[in-house]
Design a protein around this ligand. Structure first.
Ligand SMILES: Cc1cc2nc3c(=O)[nH]c(=O)nc-3n(C[C@H](O)[C@H](O)[C@H](O)COP(=O)(O)OP(=O)(O)OC[C@H]3O[C@@H](n4cnc5c(N)ncnc54)[C@H](O)[C@@H]3O)c2cc1C
Length: 793
């Protein structure tokens, strides 16, 4: 077994070389005069050319993950050398498929940097698709005869040999169905014409013209000429590896596009202020950073996928799905972030003098070189079609440890026993639940001590890790349990644990733990929404009580609640956040009136709550008088991954996939429609990105690292995706979805009357989920938070 590579050392040495030896001015000189051959020699001295090869071949035994570290730095340096096609693709093909002679001839000079071999697969008009190769290789007695043309052969201007992909044909010219043929074609071969050219991003390349090129039979990589060895799977794996690694390189490019744009917009002043101080600019920068983080998470997954051995067709399909998901997202990010970077630089972004323009050109190449976004969309749609029963959906992609598996089994057993089947059916069909149904489930959880699962063990929680909490949420969603209303266990409970007096804790926590007391949240007011500190509900101190007057609005489930935790104004300070207090108010108090607000889905969850001279004992104030903002902030800022809506997105995806792949009497399904299939791929990609990010953040929480504002990124992306999924279900159900069945959707009838259950509730859920990007701090406010906390604007 090869020794593992020290990736920190690798990253540092690559970053140093890029910073010291690959400055922008030098790069510009190389663009003009051609790359300095000394750089490639330096790559050899650093061991980078030997990195991915096994030790018996003279290599360092590095994995794809090691190479990914290097590629990211190459991306940051906009490196001109053709490392990926030369070392990973051409070198990888020789190492994997070459005979002993071929390896002995080509690997030593490739590894020590004295000769290069180029990877020649792309053809004029091509989108990097092996299936459409038109170069033809005919076996003619002891020879191959090759005809064709290649373009954009990176590094090919200066290579001693080419690995040429071709389609095999018999001597009479009839095409064979067999997979591709790889041929080693030395540069001095008769009939091979090499025409150097420069790519749009400055990389050196060549066009190859092959006219009746004659090669010995043993020029083929992967078996001698007579054996009909199919190199297709190996080549597909190599290409997937290159695709995954080009995602890592792309992350390096994206990071400098973001860095340079941030620096410029912080510096450049217009209208007497920096560009970045304009919200429209800051929010776009936040979106660029979010995309970068998603690409990083997906690129790491793709690299991981190509390192796993694929033994079955299902394994190969799984790898292709993960790689194409990453490539598609990265290709879109390269386009969006590149265009935004140029736009936010203004006219100077159009010049050749700034690194950002060069990065934009590299981004344009990278977004297409290994299949563009459409190509990967088509591949993913084909994988969806070929998956038996439709694509996998609805399950969390987390590899469980043995202990976690036991935990998951315990949760499943509990859920199967405790969740009433009728409630599960309603949840599965997206029907609204009654108060009794919610409470039944909450009490079942409470009996097991799981209602307050986010509480630390020493405060009465089960002491689950963040991963266990996510596993629990995902299983509950998968098994169609009602969601837990957060107001008691996830909102006021933690505030009481942190700021409540021992008496308050003794009085209120038991009812939260056992689910017997229902709470609601009284924050928003007609004049105080996003700007919560503008709230005006007054609480006047009279002896040992407060007298409350004012109005709360949008109070979810106030009509079911026994108690409200409420922000009221008890005074005024220099800042609007001062003089706010946190009161616990009994909803049966005289002077409280709850009026329903009916929402666009026809449902009643929201209310206005009016207070007229409502008396509240002073001992029901949590924290100091005038210090309520501290409690409010603690509650809002509590790091909770459920804001990412991952579990509901997984479940809604399952529903979407089910409806999209359901066949009608004529055998047709919605996913047969190419445009719909592309939309489906889009949300699948976004879900994969969300999941990868959630799992990254989860890992950091698990490791005890503070997470902070990143949760806002997850909230924005998760809620947007959740909304989009519900919208696509409306599209998938067509006119049936527009007919709908309001009574059924609101849980007032047990059977959908006119249309199928999914169509009956589709529009209602689309309408109600519009709230996801408004409540809990709207997505615009989350952008503000990210601009400040994550970008320092
Ligand atoms: C279904 C639902 C349930 C709710 N439940 C509760 C509850 O139980 N308790 C409770 O107290 N509240 C609740 N709310 C209220 C919720 O917290 C508020 O709706 C939210 O804070 C936004 O306030 P607003 O609706 O007044 O919108 P506004 O603040 O008026 O904002 C309107 C729009 O302008 C944007 N906007 C506002 N300020 C800025 C800015 N500075 N920059 C850029 N854009 C901005 C917002 O993003 C939004 O898109 C609920 C809301 C909904 C929809």
């Amino acid at each position: 077994m090869d020794d593992p590579i020290d990736t920190t050392l690798l990253r540092d040495s690559a970053a140093r070389l890029i910073n010291d030896g690959y400055g922008f001015d030098r790069r510009r000189a190389w663009l003009r005069d051609g790359p300095d051959p000394a750089t490639w020699q330096q790559f050899a001295r650093m061991g980078w050319l030997a990195l991915p090869f096994a030790e018996p071949m003279g290599g360092l035994g590095g994995t794809a993950a090691d190479v990914a570290v290097l590629m990211r730095e190459f991306g940051r340096g906009l490196v001109l050398e053709a490392y990926l096609p030369t070392v990973v693709l051409a070198g990888g093909a020789i190492a994997r498929l070459g005979s002993a002679d071929q390896r002995a001839t080509w690997l030593p000079p490739l590894l020590d940097g004295t000769a290069r071999v180029a990877w020649a697969d792309s053809e004029p008009g091509d989108r990097a698709d092996l299936e459409t190769t038109r170069t033809v290789a005919r076996l003619d007695g002891p020879h191959w005869r090759v005809d064709g043309e290649k373009i954009a052969v990176l590094g090919g201007d200066d290579s001693a040999c080419y690995v040429v992909t071709a389609r095999r044909a018999d001597a009479d010219g009839a095409g064979r169905a067999a997979g591709p043929v790889l041929l080693l074609v030395p540069r001095d071969t008769t009939g091979l014409q090499v025409e150097p050219h420069v790519m749009i991003d400055g990389q050196r390349a060549c066009r190859l013209v092959l006219r009746d090129v004659v090669l010995p039979a043993d020029a083929r990589l992967g078996g001698d000429a007579d054996a009909d060895a199919d190199v297709g799977p190996a080549v597909q794996h190599l290409l997937d590896t290159a695709r995954a690694l080009s995602c890592a390189e792309a992350c390096g490019v994206l990071s400098i596009l973001l860095d340079d744009t941030l620096a410029h917009t912080r510096e450049r002043r217009q209208f007497g202020r920096t560009l970045a101080s304009n919200q429209v600019v800051a929010h776009r920068l936040v979106d660029m950073q979010t995309l970068l983080h998603e690409c990083e998470a997906l690129a790491a997954r793709a690299t991981d996928a190509v390192m796993r051995e694929a033994v079955s067709d299902a394994d190969v399909a799984h790898r292709q799905r993960i790689v194409s998901t990453a490539c598609r997202h990265v290709a879109q990010a390269l386009r969006l972030v590149g265009q935004e970077a140029v736009q936010l630089h203004g006219a100077i972004g159009m010049t050749d003098d700034l690194r950002v323009g060069h990065a934009f050109r590299r981004a344009t190449v990278l977004a297409r070189r290994h299949g563009d976004a459409d190509w990967h969309t088509a591949r993913l749609a084909a994988l969806n079609r070929s998956a038996p029963g439709g694509p996998p959906a609805g399950r969390l992609g987390l590899t469980l440890t043995a202990a976690e598996q036991r935990f998951a089994d315990e949760v499943r057993t509990f859920v199967a026993a405790e969740r009433p089947p009728a409630t599960a059916r309603k949840v599965a069909n997206e029907q609204a639940l009654t108060q009794a149904e919610w409470r039944h489930w909450e009490r079942a959880l409470a009996r097991r001590g799981w209602l307050t699962c986010a509480w630390p063990a020493e405060q009465g929680g089960p002491g689950w890790t963040p991963r266990e909490q996510l596993i629990f949420d995902a299983i509950c969603m998968e098994m169609d349990c009602p969601a837990v209303l957060p107001f008691g266990p996830r909102m006021v409970g933690p505030v009481l644990l942190r700021y409540g007096t021992p008496e308050q804790q003794a009085r209120f926590l038991p009812g939260i733990r056992d689910g017997s007391v229902a709470w609601c949240q009284g924050y928003s007011e007609p004049g105080a929404g996003s700007d919560l500190a503008a709230l005006a509900t007054r609480a006047e101190r009279r002896g040992d009580r407060y007298v409350v007057n004012g109005q709360k609005i949008w109070t979810s489930y106030a009509h079911w609640a026994d108690w409200m935790f409420c922000l009221v104004r008890t005074g005024r300070g220099q800042r609007p956040q001062q003089g706010i207090s946190f009161l616990l108010i009994d909803m049966r108090s005289p002077g409280i009136e709850v009026r329903p607000i009916i929402t666009i889905d026809g449902g009643h969850t929201l209310n206005s709550v009016f207070f007229t001279d409502v008396e509240v004992p002073a001992e029901q104030r949590v924290g100091d008088e005038g210090g309520g903002w501290t409690c409010a902030k603690y509650l809002l800022g509590h790091e909770r991954l459920d804001v990412a809506s991952l579990a509901p997105c997984l479940r809604t995806m399952r529903r979407l996939v089910a409806v999209a792949f359901e066949r009608d009497a004529a055998g047709r399904c919605r996913a047969d429609d190419l445009l719909f299939a592309a939309q489906l791929v889009d949300v699948q990609t976004r879900l994969a990105a969300l999941e990868a990010r959630v799992l990254d953040v989860l890992q950091r929480l698990q490791d005890g690292v503070a997470v902070g504002a990143e949760v806002s990124q997850l909230k924005v992306r998760g809620t947007e995706l959740y909304q989009r999924l519900t919208e696509l279900i409306v599209d998938a159900t067509g006119l049936d979805g527009l007919a709908g069945d309001r009574d059924y959707a609101l849980g007032r009838s047990d059977a959908a009357r006119v249309v199928a259950p999914v169509a009956a509730t589709a529009a209602a859920r689309y309408f109600s989920r519009r709230a996801m990007s408004i409540l809990g701090g709207s997505n615009e406010i989350q952008h503000d938070i990210l601009a400040k906390a994550a970008l320092g604007l």
